[in-house]
Design a protein around this ligand. Structure first.
Ligand code: MOS
Length: 762
């Protein structure tokens, strides 16, 4: 165990090193495109160079003459696939546009042909020689080109039947003593996971195996079966490791069924690794958003009125929105609240979820406005949050299961040195640098979903856990292994964990930060069944433990405590009494209050996450306080963020080491979102311009100096049996506002549009 691992506090597990650490650093961990296939054909995509119009024909002669080309599939010869629904409308898909089904072009970079060849190089060469004749129509790219008038776009569509509302906003806002009205904008961003969008499809008779990075193997299996109109049981998805996803690999993209159908036609395995630029258009992205916030307060800082209106970009065929007002209307006490979310359709690929999908844009708007309000009130921004802190959310009056927001602010402020801040802009300097301190609330809904697991326990103390969870870099192997080790009272090293295989019992999409809570709750429940079977065989007298021997029970660095009534007992005696050497248990767990069809939906690969504002009659969120120091060069306007600090409380922390990494990564991502990341769109052509890792700006080590992560102890027995709130998406929520609030403190300039680059500083 390295010295760098954080010490666990109350209600935290041990900071054991990652289960998969050695496999990953030695290259033994096999990612989807690492799997070697027998005699594969290599696929290379040809994608549209127009955003709207139709294909008038192809000239494939030159491409077909490239040595090694096997076939070229276009809409003229592709197998027709069944049209299926968007994942958020009860289907599986990231988009309802089915490429290669017609000559129509719905967005830039749509798949228009697939070249198959004996080598990757030949396929690529031929793909570059495919000539597509387009009849182009004028596309609309985004808000402004979609015809925005007076802040409202043409064709703007209200998204939700019930936008959160309470009291009488208009009357209260009219009479408020202090008011802020401001608009905020966030850009298109792309997930850009390191691992590209790969797919290998192998048929064995009528059985299909898919090697593909996925956040949801049961969704992918069922979605592809649906598109191909075959039995889901004939499809198996395997991915023991996923090289980053952040939402981009959660729904089913159209590439998979296309490659599967080609593999069936060719009667040989087909391997596709889409390029970095293709990844910008064949999967999803974070849509650009616009917000208007109106917030009114009394002189003492109490909120009296809040209105949040958000607009998001979506595609022509699909009405998709993330809609973060469910969070922003509930996070502070306020008696009069109004909200609305709408979408504007453009000729774009369909957006989707990207790390902390609703909270990143919507909390940027709210937490910037809170800082603006603090300035108007001449009040410390932390005190403003304290005055409006609440144990009940204002919309439905539900109680938070636990809420440590102010404890996070107090501890974060102490360690950051917030008391040294001078609230007057431009007052803190160091030579040529203006210094600013900013802070913001961060939060993320606690979500859970049904899951199933199979656990095998041997009399020699060995454990095997099988659950179709996903190692997306989050530490899933590690925390699931810890959950089993703790419940069965064996060392962590005794546990083998099997994930990322749709032949295993289903786990939910590794999204919405629900993985640890859902999978650990399930695995703990199944281990409890094993414990009960073993302990029931023993006479009370035989339960006594021989201290020198391995025992079953709470013993090895437990996260659980004795409150559950668990008592250790002698493992070997128990197995002997039962007359077996191995016990295997299967179990299914669903959150309290989850619909009765939850287990069926789980096997059907449909998403059934619950939580946040509505977790079994309560409201459940993880919270944190984030602090940023910026330095801005007086002459060049260069922006630096030398210090990022977050103090977080997220229920039980299964492993402080992996949690620390998640939170640190989130803080860095959040800084990157504020200062660097944006996908640029050419308004004339509705095409992405910077679709590569050179021009899509990401932070390097030189951009990240000091990152401090503080984890507060918090215990919450209401959220789920594991007591875990989930924190994968907690840390990158508050940073956008914290950075802009720090820039205001440094310069006196309020920036309401992300990202902030040096040319935006006056
Ligand atoms: Mo994450 S955007 O919920 O996959």
């Amino acid at each position: 165990m390295s010295k760098a691992a954080p010490e666990p506090k109350a209600n935290m597990g041990q900071p054991v090193p990652r289960y998969d650490a050695v496999a990953k650093v030695t290259g033994r961990a096999q990612y989807a495109s690492d799997i070697s296939l027998t005699n594969p054909a290599y696929a290379y995509l040809v994608t549209s160079s127009i955003a709207k119009g139709r294909i008038d024909g192809f000239d494939l002669g030159e491409a077909k003459r490239v040595a090694g080309v096997i076939d070229i599939i276009t809409h003229e010869n592709a197998q027709k696939l069944k049209a299926t629904k968007l994942f958020s409308s009860g289907g599986y898909m990231s988009t309802t546009v089915q490429p290669l089904s017609s000559p129509d072009i719905a967005h830039d970079g749509q798949i228009v042909a697939v070249v198959l060849a004996e080598s990757f190089e030949a396929a690529r060469e031929a793909a570059h020689r495919v000539k597509v004749n387009y009849i182009s129509a004028g596309p609309t790219a985004s808000f402004d080109s979609a015809g925005t008038t007076a802040g409202r776009a043409k064709g703007q569509l209200a998204m939700f039947k019930e936008d959160p509302k309470v009291g009488n906003f208009n009357a209260a806002f009219d009479q408020a003593e202090v008011k802020v009205t401001a608009t905020y904008e966030t850009p298109t961003q792309h997930h850009n996971p390191m691992e590209l969008f790969a797919t290998s499809c192998v048929w064995n008779g009528d059985r299909l195996t898919i090697y593909e990075p996925s956040q949801y193997v049961h969704g992918l299996k069922n979605g592809v079966a649906d598109q191909l109109e075959i039995e889901p049981d004939k499809v198996r998805v395997i991915n023991a490791y996923v090289g980053g996803a952040f939402g981009s690999k959660g729904s089913v993209t159209p590439r998979t069924a296309i490659i599967a159908s080609i593999a069936r036609k060719l009667n040989r395995p087909v391997k596709l690794v889409a390029t970095r630029d293709q990844g910008f258009t064949i999967a999803t992205y974070r849509a650009e958003t616009r917000h208007q916030i109106q917030v009114g307060a009394s002189r003492d800082g109490k909120l009296v009125a809040l209105r949040h209106e958000g607009a998001e970009i979506s595609s022509r065929p699909d009405a998709y929105a993330v809609g973060g007002t469910k969070t922003t209307t509930r996070i502070y006490a306020c008696p009069n609240v109004d909200s609305m979310v709408s979408i504007v359709r453009a000729d774009r690929n369909t957006p989707g979820f990207m790390r902390s999908p609703p909270e990143v844009p919507y909390m940027f708007a709210l937490e910037s406005a809170m800082d603006e309000l603090a300035v108007k009130l001449n009040m410390d921004p932390i005190e403003l949050r304290r005055i409006n802190d609440t144990v009940k959310e204002p919309i439905g009056g539900k109680s938070y299961t636990s809420r440590s927001l102010m404890a996070c602010f107090d501890e974060g402020a102490r360690v950051f040195g917030w008391s040294k801040r001078n609230a007057t802009p431009k007052s803190m300097t160091d030579g040529d640098w203006l210094i600013g301190y900013g802070c913001a609330t961060t939060c993320y809904p606690t979500q859970v979903a049904p899951a199933a697991a199979r656990v095998q326990f041997r009399s020699d103390g060995g454990v095997r856990v099988g659950i179709a969870g996903h190692e997306i870099g989050n530490g899933a192997y590690t925390v699931i292994g810890q959950a089993a080790a703790e419940k069965l009272g064996v060392p962590f090293e005794n546990v083998s964990v099997f994930l990322g295989d749709s032949d295993l019992p289903p786990a939910p999409v590794a999204g919405g930060s629900n993985s640890t809570a859902s999978t650990c709750s399930t695995v703990m429940m199944v281990c409890d069944k094993i414990r009960r079977r073993l302990s029931e065989t023993l006479n009370p007298d035989d339960r006594a433990i021989d201290k020198d021997r391995e025992t079953v029970g709470v013993g090895h660095a437990p996260v659980t405590d004795a409150a559950s009534g668990d008592k250790p007992f002698d493992r070997e005696k128990a197995f002997d009494a039962l007359g077996t050497s191995v016990i295997e248990e299967y179990g299914e767990w669903k959150p309290d209050g989850a619909p009765t069809d939850s287990f069926r939906a789980m096997y059907n690969g449909q998403m059934r996450m619950v939580g946040g504002p509505d977790l079994n009659g309560k409201i459940a969120y993880a919270f944190g306080a984030e602090f940023v120091e910026v330095r801005i060069n007086k002459w060049t306007r260069e922006i630096r963020a030398p210090r990022l600090l977050g103090a977080f409380a997220a229920g039980r922390i299964m492993n402080p080491r992996t949690a620390h990494s998640q939170l640190m990564g989130g803080l860095i991502w959040g800084m990157s979102s504020a200062l660097l990341e944006a996908t640029e769109i050419d308004e004339r052509t509705a095409r992405y311009v910077n679709d590569n890792l050179a021009d899509y700006l990401l932070p390097v080590n030189a951009d990240v100096q000091e990152v401090q992560v503080i984890m507060l102890s918090e215990r919450d027995d209401q959220v789920n049996p594991a007591g875990v709130k989930g924190l994968g998406e907690l840390a990158n929520v508050g940073t956008n506002a914290a950075v802009c609030n720090a820039i205001y403190n440094a310069t006196g300039q309020r920036i309401r549009k992300l990202p902030v680059r040096l040319e935006n500083i006056e």
